[in-house]
Design a protein around this ligand. Structure first.
Ligand SMILES: [Zn+2]
Length: 259
């Protein structure tokens, strides 16, 4: 288990480094492959030795090797957060095939949350591949371990959450964007894999986090009442929380089989 956690943590650092590229380039419709990373100030290409997650940032003192302009703390923070998320998810899910789906979910939700905060956008080019990837891992798990019932529940939960949000979007398109509707299909699928209780809990926790943050921001006058909220952030937090502590919270009213 310790080995799995270390492996997932290190993998998280590398994926986090890639997410930094995704978070900046995808909403700006830039290629995530070309060109290679460069300093935004002096355009000096970032060499491989300066591209080691977290370590390079510390070695360089948070500054570009060429022009010494500061590099945002956000880069190492995203890398560390991804590593932490990957490690706790590995601890929660264990060494099973479906762990791959939940690591993909972690990475996608972190990228989407940060893009949503910055640009109020949940890019389709992240949501759809995530849906396909998570669905494919579940399909493979179902086929190999004869968990077809679990896959069916997950698919129905995905459809259910999507339908609820689709209707909410029809009623009030301003408070719930279609990006959230698309994302809900991914969340329903991933949480439905654990069970219907998890889906309801995820929905509840997302809105609870949203309400607490919203009320706090309005009360402290950091946000106006009519300002659009990055709802995707709350959905991401609520979903990750549910994956990690769902069985603990639900165990009071539901006996949870360990899978
Ligand atoms: Zn520079």
């Amino acid at each position: 288990m310790t080995l799995l956690l270390i492996y997932c943590g290190v993998l998280g650092l590398a994926i986090g480094s890639f997410l930094n590229v995704v978070i900046y380039r995808v909403p700006r419709h830039l290629s995530i492959v070309r060109p290679g990373s460069a300093c935004p100030v002096c355009s000096r290409p970032i060499a491989a030795r300066d591209n080691i997650p977290v370590i390079s940032w510390i070695v360089l003192g948070g500054r570009c090797r060429g022009c010494h302009s500061p590099i945002s703390m956000r880069y190492p923070l995203v890398e560390l957060t991804t590593a932490g998320l990957f490690a706790v998810t590995a601890w929660r899910v264990g060494a099973h095939l479906d762990l791959v789906a939940f690591l993909i979910l972690d990475a996608a939700l972190l990228a989407l949350a940060l893009i949503d905060v910055e640009m109020l956008l949940l890019p389709r080019s992240i949501v759809y591949p995530t849906l396909v990837a998570v669905g494919t891992v579940f399909l493979a798990t179902a086929a190999l371990q004869h968990q077809w019932h679990r896959l069916l529940v997950a698919a129905l939960c995905s459809l259910a959450w999507f339908t609820v949000f689709f209707v909410m979007n029809l009623i009030s398109p301003r408070s719930l964007g279609f990006g959230d509707v698309r994302l809900s299909a991914v969340l329903g699928l991933a949480l439905g894999w654990w069970g219907v209780g998890e889906v309801i809990l995820g929905f509840f926790l997302s809105n609870l986090v949203g309400a607490v943050v919203g009320v706090t921001l309005i009360a402290t006058q950091k946000m106006r009442r009519d300002q659009p909220v990055p709802y995707g952030v709350f959905l991401a937090i609520g979903t990750v929380l549910t994956v990690l502590v769902g069985p603990l919270l639900l165990s009071h009213w539901h006996h949870w089989p360990s899978t």
